[in-house]
Every structure is written in C-alpha cells, then in structure tokens.
Design a protein around this ligand. Structure first.
Ligand code: 5RP
Length: 219
C-alpha cells in the first residue's frame, strides 16, 4: 500500500471514535482530509465540527458539514488529527501544515485526542522531524538564538508561509527531545512564541496507526 492509502485507511478507521450526536474536533493535513471525507458519510448523525484550520473548514463545508466556531463550544468528546511524529507515550510533533496553534486550541477543548498516522510517523524519540514553532515575526531571530543556546537546535524560517493567525513558522532541526513535556513548558515561556509544536500536555490518548498489516491501535 502507498503512504496515501495507509492515511486513507486510518482516516476511515477514525470514524469508530466519533461520538454520534456530538460535535467533532477536526485537525489538519492530508491524513485528516481522508477522515473528513469519511466523516461526510455520517454527517447527518453528528452535530457538526470544530475545525483547526481554514483548509479543513473549507473541506468540511464543501461536504455540507456544519462548522462551529470554537468559542461557542465548551467541550468536545473527541479531537481527531494527524501528527508528524508520535512516540510510544502519545507525545507528538505537529505543525508540518503550519496549523499547530489552532490544533492545540481545539485539542484543549477535547476530552480525548485520537491521533491518526501511517507507520512512518512512529518514533522512539521525537526530533528527527524539524520542530515547528509559531512565532510573532519580530521575535523570530531571538527565538532561533534561544533554541541554539538552550537545546543546540538550528532554527530555519519557513519561507513563504504565513499562518492562519498572521505569524511565521520556525522549523528547528537537530533536536533530540527526550523530555517532551519539559521542552514544551520551557519554550512556551519564551517571549514571542505563540505555540511550540510539541504536543505533550495534549498528547494522544489513542493512536490509530496504518501499516501493511492494517490498522493497529497504540496506547
Ligand atoms: C498540521 C499537522 C498535521 O497533522 C501533520 O503535519 C501531519 O500531516 P499529514 O497528515 O499531512 O502527514 O500537524 O499542522
């Protein structure tokens, strides 16, 4: 199976985790696009979706799925999203699609994060994938220097990308993140950091992983 076929497999499998009659939290990315397409088949049995990006909102609405503003929702039973890397405890690197801030906001509303990935995303230690960090533009150079000093990482500005919130993305190379929660908490405190793409406080409670053997449930 191709990587895209594996993504489609887990996108469809995630339907089993949707709580019928409720509002569904929806992430962003090519794996989630498959989930959105599958969600359309049960759209009359859900109360709508809260979306984590303009792109996902457009896809949901194209399927006729009602998209609710996050500020009107107090609680979501489940948030379904992909990841760039996931470790054995459900800690993730996210933000490859530059949607990390809204993804963390919607994940924070949810009782359960269900992560959907193909097997290439499973790692022992986070960091081989460059860590995305959304920054206020005037802080980008200072945040890059801090990464070099604190963790020996090399931050590169993602060119030609402005987030849905009007900010920039730094991609930090050369990290080996053995303490995801500690790094998340530390970087969150640096002035100008909007969101760091480590999801440890909002780690996945369930991970559906697609491989040639089918879908397995981790955690
Ligand atoms: C977007 C994300 C995505 O979940 C992550 O990049 C995985 O994307 P894909 O499903 O396309 O591999 O965090 O900001």
């Amino acid at each position: 199976m191709t990587q895209d076929e594996l993504k489609a497999l887990v996108g469809r499998a995630a339907l089993d985790h949707v709580v019928l009659g409720s509002v569904v939290g929806v992430g962003t990315g090519s794996t989630v696009n498959h989930f959105i397409d599958a969600l359309a088949t049960i759209k009359d049995r859900i109360a709508g979706a809260v979306s984590s990006s303009v792109k996902s909102t457009e896809r949901l609405q194209a399927h006729g799925i009602t998209v609710l503003d996050a500020s009107t929702v107090e609680r979501l039973p489940v948030y379904i999203d992909g990841a760039d890397e996931i470790d054995g405890r459900g800690n993730m690197i996210k933000g490859g699609g530059a949607a990390l801030t809204r993804e963390k906001i919607v994940a924070d509303l949810a009782e359960r994060f269900v992560c959907i990935v193909d097997a290439s995303k499973r790692v022992e230690v986070l960091g081989a994938y460059p860590l995305p960090v959304e920054v206020i533009p005037m802080a980008a150079a200072q945040v890059a220097r801090r990464f070099a000093k604190a963790f020996g990482g090399r931050a590169e500005l993602r060119t030609g990308v402005v987030t849905d919130n009007g900010n920039q993305i730094l991609d930090v190379h050369g990290l080996r993140i053995t303490d995801p929660l500690g790094v998340e908490v530390e970087v969150n405190q640096w002035p100008g950091v909007v969101t760091v793409g480590i999801f440890a406080r909002h780690r996945a409670r369930i991970c559906l992983m697609g491989s040639a053997q089918g879908v397995s449930t981790l955690m």
